[in-house]
Design a protein around this ligand. Sequence first.
Ligand code: 5GP
Length: 109
Amino acid sequence: MTYDESNIFAKILRKEIPCNVIAENLNALAFNDIAPAAPMHFLIIPKKSYQNYHDFISTASRQEIIDLNDLMNSLISKHNLHENGYRIITNTGNDGNQEVKHLHFHLLG
Ligand code: 5GP
């Protein structure tokens, strides 16, 4: 399946719709989920167009993969999530109930 440029996170990246930015680096962006399922519910996404985890890991540069993981880990540290625990979730495809077809990691604390 090809990447759909009209998905909501692509619009956020193009600044066509707003989001509450938590942190960012050259290759990744983190913002609050609009419908939080935990006291802290961040979404971490790559800035380039990847549909899902497999697409990202198969085709992204090493630096993009490092930057996304660094951003996610910096939020874990900043919010002390390593002390009490957290969940990282990435839903993929129809069988994985992926609603937004741009790779995103849910970080729930
Ligand atoms: P998925 O089911 O694809 O893993 O999760 C998509 C997530 O995106 C959901 O948790 C949903 O609340 C969140 N979401 C959907 N639309 C928006 C939006 O416009 N802004 C933000 N910040 N989050 C959104």
